[in-house]
Structure formats: C-alpha cells, structure tokens
Ligand binder design. Structure first.
Ligand SMILES: [Zn+2]
Length: 152
C-alpha cells in the first residue's frame, strides 16, 4: 500500500473494521516513512452463489442469514459477535475458493458445524439439532456419545 503523502510503500495497519453494510473493510494505516496516517477501503465482491435446499428449490446465498443462524445457535454462550463474524468470513472464503455456482444447504450446514465444533460444543449441538433435523432422540444421543468419545 503506497502512502499518499510520500509514496513510500511500507505502511502498517493500525486498525481494521467492517463498514458500510459490512461489504467493505476500513483500514487505518500509518506510513513507516513519514508517519502520516490515512484510511483505505477494501471492497468485497458480494458472493454470488445459489443454495440448493432440501426440497430442491434454490435461493441466493445470504450472508446475513447464515450469520443469523450461527448467532441463534450461539445465543447466551461465550461466543462474541466477532467470533461469529469470523466464522462467516471463513465459510465465505471457502465458498469463494470452491469456485462453484451452487452449494447444497446440507454442505453449507456442515461447513458451519465444522467451525462451531471448534468454537463451542453447546452451540454446535444446537445448530446440529436444527440443521440435521434429528428424527429421534436416539440419533441425537448417539451424536452426543460420539462427541464425548472424541474427547471434547
Ligand atoms: Zn508517507
């Protein structure tokens, strides 16, 4: 990143935050040469992706919907808004890397579960119970046993 005052290329980031409906990352930078400060914005291309639902219907990928789903699973747990945001960022990054135009809701759910599992077990189970739609208690119990066996 070039300094707008002295054209030096070495700058350091002092602060980063999402802004403008979260489609842009605002970074406060300081030039290592003249020490002047300036702000840059990195705009994210919205992710264009179709989600294939269980019933076969399709809907556009909605980041906020995914975020809301995770937030619901993490309600009243020790998971910060930033952590949830970070999980969504990671999932989005994975989806971008796959370079496909579609993803099944099941796959999307699994991606969310993989991250919740590392973050908070209770949230993980809440999300799993909704996403995997456990048909009976035994199925849910076997998942619990499996988790207990994995040492978490
Ligand atoms: Zn400078």
């Amino acid at each position: 990143m070039q300094c707008p005052y002295c054209d030096n290329e070495d700058t350091r980031v002092i602060d980063s935050r999402l802004s403008e409906g979260k489609d842009a990352i605002r970074r406060r930078r300081e030039c290592l040469s003249c020490e002047k400060r300036f702000t840059t914005y990195e705009r994210r291309e919205p992710l264009r992706l179709m989600v294939i639902k269980r019933d076969g219907s399709r809907e556009g990928f909605d980041r906020l919907k995914l975020q809301a789903g995770l937030a619901k699973a993490c309600a009243k747990r020790q998971v910060s808004e930033e952590e949830i945001e970070f999980m969504v960022d990671e999932i989005e990054a994975d989806l971008r890397e796959r370079r496909r135009h579609e993803v099944t809701s099941r796959r999307l759910g699994d991606m969310a579960l993989a991250r919740l599992r590392k973050t908070d077990m209770v949230s993980y189970l809440r999300f799993a119970s909704v996403y995997r739609q456990y048909t009976d208690v035994d199925q849910f119990r076997s998942e619990l046993v499996r988790l207990a066996g994995s040492g978490r």
